[in-house]
Design a protein around this ligand. Structure first.
Ligand SMILES: [Zn+2]
Length: 237
């Protein structure tokens, strides 16, 4: 077991409660980003976050408007999607989030939206080709298409995991439905959802003008490697 894992198992109950509260506050606050970036309508869309050190995650309650979301009405579920803490029913997409957490242990955050341009690609049943350096940076290639799946069992979760496991992309277009994105934490998953919609819009506009130019695979690989490993603020050594 990793040192991190060993440390987590011996965390005092007070530390665990603090981690839980911190994750609840983070997930509640991140819902405002979905509104800010115009990714959601009415009560559609949701963010969840794994609680570090516990087999639990925080998710949006079902049917509560974005204006009313706060840490107080978030819900906590176990990895089977069953309610553990909270006064509301969990989001109707909870089973899909739970399936991802059960099957992708490195995932710490999941986001779902029906954001307009990305969902238009999903409605056409087409992956978004990698024709922008920003796509190579963030997604390392195309944003793939997942299967058509109905809500009610594990089909959506299975479709997400089967498409994204082993894929560089942190977002999947579920056919005829919308976007699911993942990240090492909930904030990274929100970023992937925002970037997915941004590139979906740009590539769509490019398509109206002609055929977008592909980026050679070597260059995609270089861009992805640089962005994932070098770009951004580095901690001092
Ligand atoms: Zn949906």
């Amino acid at each position: 077991m990793s040192r991190e894992g060993a440390r987590r198992e011996t965390a005092a109950p007070g530390d665990r409660a603090a981690e839980r509260s911190r994750t609840i506050a983070t997930v509640a606050g991140l819902h405002a980003e979905l509104v800010r970036y115009n990714l959601v309508a009415w009560t559609a869309g949701n963010v969840s976050g794994r609680i570090p050190g516990e087999d639990l995650f925080v998710i949006k309650p079902s049917g509560v408007s974005y204006d009313e979301l706060s840490a107080a009405n978030m819900v906590v579920c176990d990895l089977d999607g069953d309610l553990v803490q909270g006064a509301h029913a969990p989001s109707s997409d909870t089973a899909a989030h739970a399936y991802v957490y059960r099957n992708m242990p490195d995932v710490g955050g999941v986001v779902h939206t029906h954001s307009t341009y990305a969902t238009a690609w999903a409605a056409r049943g087409e992956a978004i080709p990698c024709v922008l350096t920003a796509m190579a940076d963030e997604f390392g290639g195309e944003i793939p298409l997942g299967p058509f799946a109905l809500i009610g069992d594990d089909s959506i979760g299975r479709g997400i995991v089967e498409t994204l496991k082993g894929h560089r992309s942190k977002a999947v277009l579920m056919r005829n439905h919308g976007v699911f994105s993942i990240g090492k934490d909930p904030r990274a998953a929100v970023k992937a959802a925002v970037m997915c919609e941004d590139v979906a819009r740009t590539v769509h506009v490019a398509r109206q003008l002609g055929e977008p130019l592909p980026i050679p695979q070597d260059d995609i690989d270089r861009l992805y490697d640089r962005y994932q490993n070098v770009y951004g603020q580095r901690s001092p050594r």
